[in-house]
Structures are given as C-alpha cells and as structure tokens.
Design a protein around this ligand. Structure first.
Ligand SMILES: C[S@@+](CC[C@H](N)C(=O)[O-])C[C@H]1O[C@@H](n2cnc3c(N)ncnc32)[C@H](O)[C@@H]1O
Length: 205
C-alpha cells in the first residue's frame, strides 16, 4: 500500500475516505510534551527550544503548564505555518489538570529526569505501549509527585543536562531515527539541503 492510496473505512452506515497516510497517522500513538516550571520571560527562550525540538522530531504537541505565554505560542505557530505541521502548542493549563486529562484518555507518562532509569533499559517497555505518550520535562526543581505519577522515570545519562538535549535524545531513540523522514503537511516553505549556503524553496499550498 502506498502512502498516497485512498482507503475506505466503513463505520456503522458511514463511509469515510482517507488518504492512507492520514489513516496511519490517526492511528499512531500521539506524543505530547508537558513542560513544567516555565517562567515567563526567564524561560521563554528555552521553552521555545523545547517546542521547536519537539516539532522537528515528530512530536504532536507541547503543553506549557501553569503559565500562559502567548509570545512562545505565537512564535511556534508562526514556524508551523511556514514550515508545516500538524503541531500544536498551548499554555496555561495547570500541570495536575494536564496529567489528570491524560490519564482520563488512557495515556502513558514518561518523565525525563537525571534520577530515572537509563533510557536504553526502559525504552523497549515504552515502545511496547500502543497508548499515547506524555513526555514530561522540567525547568527548575520538579514537584515530587511527578516521580510517582510517571509510568517511567527515564534518564538520558545520570548526569544533569539541558531539558532540550534530554528531549531530543529521547525522541530520537523513541522514533528510532525515523524523524529524518518525517513529512510535514501544509508547509509554505522548505529548506533545501545544501553543501554550502542557505536555500529556501517556496511551496504552493
Ligand atoms: C536543567 S534540569 C533541572 C532539574 C532540577 N535541578 C531538578 O533537580 O529537578 C531541567 C530538566 O531537564 C531534564 N533533564 C536534565 N537532565 C536530565 C537527564 N540526565 N536525563 C533526563 N532528563 C534530564 C529534566 O526534565 C529536568 O527537569
């Protein structure tokens, strides 16, 4: 089956048409990042990098917990409008609510922390789940409850590092390097890989 084929799904008396690509995407477990501890202004740049990294490496959404940050939201929406999606960002939801909502839909939770079990050890179990995955990253000291609510506390080495780096390595391992082939929809522009110089191609939408 090619990713461009059309397929038909019959549900009760309804018939839907889908592209096979869309059909497969709808059935792929979603990966959402929960950013806890964001401080407006002080962390805006790092949180923007969390969002950019999540998007580039094939995650579906970032939830910036507790504090509304419309500047970060609008920066990321602008990137998604130009370079494609789908990718969503929202801010302000209390982290406990985000966890409750996630549990209510049956999702699983990974907490990235230097104190957790090593990624190579935990990954096979995480990859076995067909449930949506919430990946929690912090900024400053994390609430102790997070360690209890997580299905997996995962370390990317047991050394302190940046949440951006930890997230990038987790997503790369979780997606088994397939994010290099990730296709973005509705892009207006795309970067043309180049040995030297910068080339951007305008796309017709
Ligand atoms: C800069 S660290 C600060 C952590 C804070 N000092 C604490 O004790 O919780 C910010 C976030 O990066 C992530 N992080 C840092 N080092 C990590 C590691 N080795 N493995 C996985 N995640 C890590 C965690 O999500 C952490 O909450």
């Amino acid at each position: 089956m090619s990713v461009d084929d059309l397929i038909f799904v019959v549900s009760d008396d309804l018939i839907y048409t889908y592209s096979a690509k869309r059909f497969l995407e709808d059935r792929m477990p979603k990966v959402v990042i929960l950013r806890i501890g964001h401080r407006v202004f002080r962390d805006s740049r790092v949180t923007t990098h969390v969002c950019l990294t999540a998007r580039a490496l094939g995650a579906d959404q970032v939830i910036i917990a507790d504090h509304e940050d419309k500047v970060v939201e609008s920066t990321i929406r602008d990137v998604t409008n130009r370079f494609g999606g789908p990718f969503d960002v929202q801010s302000g939801k209390p982290w406990k609510q985000a966890i409750r909502d996630w549990r209510a839909i049956g999702g699983r939770i990974v907490h990235l922390t230097a104190y957790g079990l090593p990624l190579p050890k935990t990954l096979p179990e995480i990859q076995e789940t067909d449930k949506d995955l919430l990946v929690v990253v912090g900024s400053e000291k994390m609430p102790g409850e997070i360690f209890k609510v997580a299905d997996w506390n995962v370390s990317v080495t047991n050394q302190p590092m940046s949440e951006v780096a930890a997230l990038a390595i987790f997503l790369d391992w979780f997606k088994q390097h397939r994010e290099f082939g990730h296709e973005f929809s509705k892009a207006r522009v795309q970067i043309v890989p180049s040995r030297s110089g910068k080339e951007i191609q305008q796309l017709s939408t």
